[in-house]
Design a protein around this ligand. Sequence first.
Ligand code: DGL
Length: 287
Amino acid sequence: MGRTCPRVLLFDSGIGGLSIADSIRRRLPQADLVYAGDNAGFPYGDLLEHEVVMRCVMLVEEALGRWPCDLVVVACNTASTVVLPALRTRLSIPVVGVVPAIKPAAALSRTRRLGVLATPATVDRPYLASLIDEYAADCTVLRLGSSELVCLAEEGVAESQVDEERVSAILQPLALGKPDTVVLGCTHFPLIRESLARAMPGVSYWVDSGDAIARRVVQLLAEAASEGAGTGQGVSTFLFTADSPAGIARWLGGNNIAARALSPQISRVSLNIARNSSIGSAGLWQQ
Ligand code: DGL
């Protein structure tokens, strides 16, 4: 029968996963989406592996305790490199991770020079190295990890403009390597794609994982045997473990398709992540 009224939980360290929510919303306008941003732990690219695993597991369990969902999307490349086994052991629903799009990028590149733009953690982890060995062994792969670029993406949303001078400076080492195709290996980066493209005009293809993740979500939900936990009305709920990011309401109202089906009303409640006081109480946005 498939889930006709699914509810999907997505999470990230901040607002980057909204790029994935956007792709899912395009394919599943009727799905309810619960978006959890662990902005108290941001940026994940600078945390140790066990810290990321602990925070993600706690956040997901807390969110699912309040909003039962049919599927979880780890809408963060950095978290996906380390947390999937722990989540899959604990949960009885499917867990989908984000994989840097090395395979499609290698298929597109004509010059066989690929760039990978991600967090410092993602570029260093064996997970990325094994993807490159498997799918891009004949390519020269230039990797750039930058938490500053992640912060610039968050600021770009808060301030409605991106500091393009800083973006160009950060990308310079990658631009010097002249890749024709660049993988956006962090979910924050599709949010500033235009600024990235202006900084590296020689790049023919910017490749992200959003639509591939959305297709996988659709497939898994279609294989399920019951209706689902959602309302069938495309409700979206936003949770943050610290103050809601500045400018997010304006940005969701204007730019992000994940917000389209929402009523304009925004409310806040407190969310306790009881087992670890360092996470504390979280601000919740519900629209
Ligand atoms: N959006 C995240 C990713 O895809 C992480 C950014 C961060 O918190 O460092 O990796």
